[in-house]
Write a protein that binds this ligand. Structure first.
Ligand code: VG1
Ligand code: CO
Length: 539
């Protein structure tokens, strides 16, 4: 039976950089999730003809949330739901499932790299038929629904068994429980040279893949160990856990410390990669070597010819404004299109759909391409393995060669977390207002050559988005400031710092960027305004 439940709006359901992300306790409040899902359905016409994907990264509350979404979909007479077996679907695989089956959208239940559990975070990435997350105009329309909602429709059907592949029904809504892994791995096989990868992984090459107890473990085990023949145990932390085993599933130098220690220790393997909770982020490590994500994007782009799917050429490349300029130098050298977008993968979608770009990436450990409409941690890992298989060089040699050819953008991101929202907002407003007065000013040995708010004009729908403030220095250095749109504890100020050099290629980024980090704090008055003398997290 379908029931109509009276409700009142929650006013905090505006989506951020990547969907709705909240404390689990917030999402578990009565009617909270129901209101949000009904608000999405309220923006979609003809639901009786529409099909959606449901899945997630396995975190706490996902199983309950999936059952609720099924019953609200049935209450709204949705035609069909595809659901990952046991409720699991990685963000990249979800994008592929939506595109391959021509679905109208999907709900990926994840707070991505944020920790999971009752006291941690829950989230929903809502994708449209593009295979990627909804555009700002769509999330605005949904937000308006969340403010106006007075009722939702829900079936009282018993819970659906998600553990077996097959078909069933909830009210009139057809349900298909699908294998979330196989189609995605087939897609990878169409892009990369699997026999070549297999010969690398079955040689004495030593590789570790860290699933960080997130959703990619089962994908990686099947791919690397079963299909490509890497030794059993290659994939570590391979079982999705509701609380990620207490791990913060964020593949960076801080939160993937055990993997980093392994790669910097005696007897380090040749290569390691880690993925985040929902499998869209990646960190790449070699023996005693960390690949900065902005460099990774540049290096992958420069080597596209080594990959079968790209051998005949690629369209352009794009990066978020905060990402270092390394990939721009490659795009210029290769004479391919180059675009800069605001932070958030959704801004790449129109560029991919209109064949302007093939490869894109963000400094936040995100790299991907137009095979799907999300960033893709396994794809990035396979791309790096392919470069190694073709060149038989170490990660460090590959990076050093790249820097010798193009110069190096030393790069760091400083995050100041848990700031009072009003303090952070005022800091950004005041900083924006003083940008014109900074031009021409000298700080230590750095003189500001330009300073402006970053504004992106989408070439496809002509929409305009402002995100972040950029300061350029005469020597090519840059500082970018922006507020995070994914946090759940107060506001987070991110400052992105880069310095371009053509000598001193193997220095420590902390040393090379010491002055600029200090200047970034000075310009933003962060210490004065927040009392913080140094960032909480440096990546
Ligand atoms: C962060 C990153 C951004 C990324 C987003 C989602 O957003 O900076 O580059 O696209 O997370 O990543 P913000 O607004 O907090 O800076 V994921 O792996 O959570 O989908
Ligand atoms: Co993620």
């Amino acid at each position: 039976m379908i029931e109509t439940i009276q409700t009142v709006p929650y006013t905090d359901q505006k989506m951020g950089t990547a969907g709705l992300r909240r404390k689990t306790q917030t999402a578990m409040q009565p009617h909270y999730l129901e209101n949000f899902i009904q608000s999405i359905f309220n923006t979609i016409p003809n639901l009786a003809e529409k099909s959606f994907l449901i899945g997630g990264d396995g975190r706490y509350f996902n199983k309950t949330a999936i059952q609720k979404i099924i019953k609200i979909a049935a209450g709204n007479h949705v035609k069909k739901l595809y659901i990952g077996q046991n409720g699991l679907v990685s963000t990249p695989a979800g994008s592929h499932i939506i595109l391959k089956n021509k679905l109208d959208g999907g709900f990926i239940l994840t707070a991505s790299h944020n920790p999971g559990g009752q006291k941690e975070d829950f989230g929903i990435k809502y994708a449209t038929k593009t295979g990627g997350q909804c555009q700002p105009s769509e999330s605005q329309a949904i937000y308006e629904q969340t403010l106006a909602i007075g009722e939702y429709k829900i079936s009282d059907h018993p819970d659906i068994d998600l553990s077996h592949i097959g078909r069933t029904q909830c009210e009139e809504t057809q349900i298909e429980i699908i294998d979330p892994i196989t189609d995605y791995l087939n897609l990878m096989q169409q892009i990369f040279d699997f026999p070549k990868l297999k010969s690398l992984l079955t040689s004495n090459f030593r590789f570790v893949f860290d699933g960080m107890n997130g959703v990619t473990g089962p994908y990686a085990k099947k791919l690397f160990e079963e299909i490509l023949g890497a030794p059993a145990g290659t994939v570590i932390r391979a079982t999705p856990l509701e609380d990620f085993g207490g791990v913060h599933p964020d593949p960076n130098l801080t939160y993937a410390k055990s993997l980093v220690d392994l790669m910097y220790g005696n007897d380090a393997p040749d290569f390691a990669a880690a993925n985040d909770g929902d499998g869209d982020r990646n960190m790449i490590l070699g023996q005693n070597f960390f690949v900065c994500p902005s460099d990774s994007l540049a290096i992958l782009t420069d080597n596209y010819k080594l990959i079968p799917a790209y051998r005949n050429g690629i369209f352009g490349v794009a990066k978020s404004a905060a990402t270092s300029m390394a990939v721009k130098r490659v795009a210029d050298a290769l004479n391919i299109g180059y675009y800069e977008v605001p932070t958030g993968w959704k801004y790449f979608i129109h560029l991919m759909d209109s064949n302007r770009i093939t490869i894109c990436g963000e400094e936040s450990f995100g790299t991907g391409a137009s095979h799907i409409r999300e960033k893709d941690g396994i794809w990035a890992t396979l791309f790096w393995l392919s470069i190694i298989a073709e060149t038989r060089k170490s990660v460090k040699e590959i990076a050093l060669e790249h820097w010798k050819k193009y110069g190096r953008s030393y790069y760091l991101r400083n995050d100041f977390e848990n700031l009072p929202q009003d303090v952070a907002d005022k800091l950004m407003t005041d900083l924006q207002n003083k940008l014109p007065s900074l031009i021409g000013q000298t700080f230590g040995s750095f003189t500001v050559s330009d300073a402006y708010p970053f504004v992106y004009n989408d070439p496809v729908d002509n929409s305009s988005t402002q995100n972040g403030l950029i300061i350029h220095f005469r020597d090519g250095s840059r500082i970018v400031y922006r507020l995070s749109g994914t946090g759940t504890n107060g506001a987070t100020l991110r400052s992105y710092i880069e310095r371009y050099v053509t000598m001193d290629l193997l220095e420590n980024p902390e040393d090379m960027l010491k002055d600029l980090c200090r200047i970034s704090r000075q310009i933003s008055e962060i210490t004065l305004r927040t009392g913080k003398e140094r960032p909480d997290i440096v990546t």
